[in-house]
Design a protein around this ligand. Structure first.
Ligand code: GLN
Length: 473
């Protein structure tokens, strides 16, 4: 059953939330040993939450749109009292004193938080190989990565460990693993979903979003988590248009632009390019108009991102000092304790980003690096805004290639960074984008098509996604 069907059956009293949860727990039990997609399974809490939902149904109350639907949480989302690791040794054993707004929203809607999903340490990576607790494997082929950094969340949905999952996307961390695992993944408009209770990586880029096995399921979860939250000062105060009610409205007369630089760029595999063009043709057949569009500044997206994201990370990660969170390695004085703790607690990629970011922000270099990257960010946003004057949505690949083998891109950081070349520009602009599966490549691994839209145009983006999903091979 998909998430919509589970919720309908539980609300109607046809199946119990408890039965649903037991079914998923059994699947996890059988499969997580190999995939390492979940770092923690909250069996007792999930059973208790399911029993509450069933009690509400028995009492004639409506538990809400996610009634009895299990939802996996990326392990950088806080739940009061539940160990949260961010895939890092430095947080080992840390139990947050508060719960993320999105998790509260899921629970209030009758959803069941099922467990914490593996991720690249502090969400830095594209393969989930940077987790301190071992890599997650791709459910379609366990010699391959699931993508990252939300690789555990994507793998859980693909392996049917849960119908829905939440991830975070700073430069592609929801969309790229969705593409590599053959599921739907959505990065909402910056500010649509509250970041309260998401452990910060790069605060001006981070956004929480849903994974589902279908566009309709992802829409259900997006509508539950969207909305203003006064505990996140960047959360959008306006009333938002939900996406679910207009999902089936079709694409007649919509103007679709295919992004030339990202679709025909050097590193894009032929079969991935073919998938994007086939999806465009399907949209045309459904009544949309298609044109090729150019976003010249996107070629500098990766460079700008790897200044801005590490700069913000170096500041956000300064708080892990051995005093307030998790790990502490003693030293002869405070500075030595801080240094030893950070040296033992952070993995190599996180250290690289802290050093890059600290350098980019230092006096004398600030304007040359960080300042310049911010100006590039403005140019990219302007490119998008110009193109959106003539287009309702845009198309591109999500990932230049299908899922790669474990170990294939770990030798050189630049090779790994290239995995996000198609997803990063949207984060810099703050706009929404999502990945929808489109068949498989020659290696039988899933291919994802990316659909991009202007700020707060998620409803249009989802209509397009539904047509793409229906037409997909
Ligand atoms: N892979 C990109 C990075 O390592 C994006 C990560 C993300 O979106 N959290 O920064």
């Amino acid at each position: 059953m998909n998430a919509i069907e589970i919720a309908a059956s539980v609300r109607a009293g046809e199946v119990s939330a408890r039965e649903v949860v037991e079914g998923y727990l059994a699947t996890i039990d059988a499969g997580n040993g190999e995939l390492n997609a979940l770092l923690l399974v909250g069996e007792q809490a999930a059973r208790a939450a399911a029993d509450e939902v069933d009690a509400a149904v028995a009492a004639g109350n409506d538990p809400g749109p996610l009634a009895g639907v299990p939802v996996v949480l990326k392990d950088n989302l806080c739940q009061r009292g539940v160990v949260t690791t961010c895939g890092s040794r430095i947080l080992e054993g840390w139990r947050p004193p508060y719960t993320a707004t999105v998790v509260d929203a899921v629970t209030r809607a009758g959803g069941i938080p099922l467990g914490k999903a593996n991720l690249d340490e502090f969400a830095m990576g594209s393969s989930t190989e940077n987790s301190a607790f071992g890599p997650t494997r791709n459910p379609h082929d366990s010699t391959r990565v699931p993508g990252g950094s939300s690789g555990g969340s994507a793998a859980c949905v693909a392996a049917k460990f849960a119908p829905l999952a939440l991830g975070s996307d700073t430069g592609g961390s929801i969309r790229q693993p969705a593409a590599l695992c053959g599921v739907v993944g959505v990065k909402p408009t910056y500010g649509r979903v509250s970041r309260y209770g998401l452990v910060a990586f790069a605060s001006s880029l981070d956004q929480i979003g849903p994974f589902g096995a279908s566009v309709t399921d992802a829409a259900l979860l997006l509508d539950v988590i969207s909305g203003h939250d006064r505990r996140d000062s960047t959360s959008i105060p306006e009333t938002l248009t939900p996406v679910s009610p207009t999902l089936e409205n079709g694409v007649a007369k919509l103007r679709v632009g295919v992004i030339d630089e990202l679709t025909n760029g050097g590193g894009v595999a032929l079969e991935v390019r073919a998938a994007v063009l086939a999806a465009a043709a399907a949209l045309e057949a459904a009544g949309a108009t298609i044109e090729s569009v150019s976003l010249p500044s996107t070629q500098f997206g990766l460079s700008a991102y790897y200044m801005i994201a590490p700069a913000e990370a170096s500041s956000n990660l300064a708080r892990y000092d051995g005093v307030r969170y998790g790990l502490r390695v003693e030293g002869e004085n405070l500075a030595a304790m801080n240094e030893r703790t950070r040296d033992a607690g952070f993995g190599p990629e996180v250290k690289r980003r802290i050093m890059l970011g600290t350098y980019a922000l230092s006096a004398g270099y600030y304007d040359a690096y960080y300042g310049r990257a911010q100006r590039v960010r403005t140019l990219i946003t302007r490119d998008f805004n110009r193109v959106y004057e003539g287009c309702d949505v845009l198309l591109s690949p999500t990932s230049p290639t299908t899922a790669f083998k474990l170990g294939d891109r770990t030798a050189d950081p630049m090779t790994m960074y290239q995995s996000d070349v198609c997803t990063i520009p949207t984060n810099l602009a703050g706009h929404p984008a999502m990945s929808v599966p489109w068949g498989t490549g020659a290696d039988s691994m899933p291919v994802g098509v990316q659909i991009l839209a202007p700020a707060l145009a998620e409803a249009t983006m989802f209509r397009v996604a539904r047509v793409v999903e229906d037409a997909a091979p």
